[in-house]
Write a protein that binds this ligand. Structure first.
Ligand SMILES: [Zn+2]
Length: 246
C-alpha cells in the first residue's frame, strides 16, 4: 500500500464523482494498493477495508479527525477531535486472504465469511429504500447444516442469524467504529458510528475545491502549468501562495 499523489486523487475525484460511495472508495483503494487485484480489494472485509482507508486518510490529511454531531437529547451542536492513533487500529496486512469461519448454534452449523464491499453494494442495490441487515447476513453464509444435513439458507431461524451477526461483529470489530460522545450542555451520553468512507469523501470534495483554487492563483500569477503545480508538495505550494498574498 502507498499514498495516492495529488494528481491521482484529483483524477479519481473528477472521473468518479457521480459513482456511488462504495464504488469510488474501492477505486481509490485500488490506486493505493497496486499490489492487490481490484477484485481482492472489493473482497476485503469491511473492517480490513476501513483500516486501509484510515491509513490513506492519515497520509492525505493527517491523523486528527474533526467531528460534528447534534445531541439527540437537547440538539446542541458538538464539535470534537479524535486522533486516528486513539482508535487503536491493527496494522495493514498485505495479501490478506478472504477467510472462512464456522459457527455452531444448537443443532445448526454455519460456514460463513465476513461481509465485504460487494455484499454491501448488492444489498443496497436490491433494497434501495432500506437495506435489509438479514439479507447481508444471508449473503455471507456459504453453507448451512442442521443435524449434519444441508439446510436451506433462506429458511434459517432468526436465532441463528442473530448469533451470526454477533460473531461477525467480534471477528471484524473495525467494521463498526464507534465514538463515545458526552454532551457538555445536558450531559447526555451516546455512541455514534464513524463511517470513514463517507468522512473521507466529504474531505476530498472540499480539498478539491481548495487545490483547484490554489492552481488557479499560481497559474495566473506565475504562468505554471496545472501538472507542475500539482507535482509540488503542499508545503512548497503554500509558501508560493503566501508570496502571492504579500
Ligand atoms: Zn445535549
Amino acid at each position: 500500500m502507498r499514498p495516492v499523489t495529488t494528481s491521482e486523487l484529483l483524477t479519481i475525484w473528477e472521473r468518479e464523482m457521480n459513482q456511488p460511495l462504495i464504488q469510488k472508495t474501492l477505486i481509490l483503494l485500488c490506486q493505493a494498493c497496486p499490489e492487490m487485484e481490484s477484485n481482492d480489494v472489493a473482497k476485503l472485509s469491511i473492517g480490513d477495508r476501513d483500516v486501509r482507508l484510515f491509513q490513506l486518510r492519515q497520509w492525505m490529511f493527517g491523523s486528527i479527525l474533526k467531528n460534528i454531531a447534534d445531541c439527540p437529547a437537547c440538539t446542541e451542536r458538538i464539535e470534537w477531535e479524535t486522533s486516528i492513533k486513539d482508535l487503536r487500529l491493527p496494522p495493514v496486512h498485505n495479501h490478506e486472504p478472504a477467510k472462512e469461519f464456522d459457527l455452531e448454534v444448537d443443532e445448526f452449523n454455519i460456514r460463513f465469511r465476513l461481509p465485504n464491499s460487494i455484499d454491501i453494494s448488492s444489498v443496497i442495490a436490491n433494497n434501495v429504500r432500506q437495506p435489509d441487515p438479514r439479507m447481508l447476513l444471508i449473503t455471507c453464509i456459504l453453507e448451512a447444516r442442521c443435524n449434519q444435513d444441508m439446510y436451506e439458507i433462506n429458511d434459517l431461524p432468526d436465532k441463528v442469524l442473530k448469533a451470526l451477526d454477533r460473531r461477525i461483529e467480534e471477528l471484524d470489530p473495525q467494521a463498526d467504529i464507534r465514538m463515545k460522545i458526552n454532551c457538555p450542555n445536558c450531559n447526555h451520553q451516546w455512541d455514534a458510528r464513524f463511517d470513514i468512507a463517507s468522512y473521507l469523501w466529504t474531505e476530498i470534495n472540499s480539498w478539491t475545491k481548495r487545490i483547484l483554487r490554489d492552481v488557479c492563483i499560481l497559474a495566473r500569477t506565475f504562468g505554471w502549468s496545472e501538472q507542475d503545480i500539482l507535482k509540488m508538495n503542499s508545503t512548497r505550494r503554500h509558501l508560493y501562495l503566501e508570496m502571492v498574498n504579500l
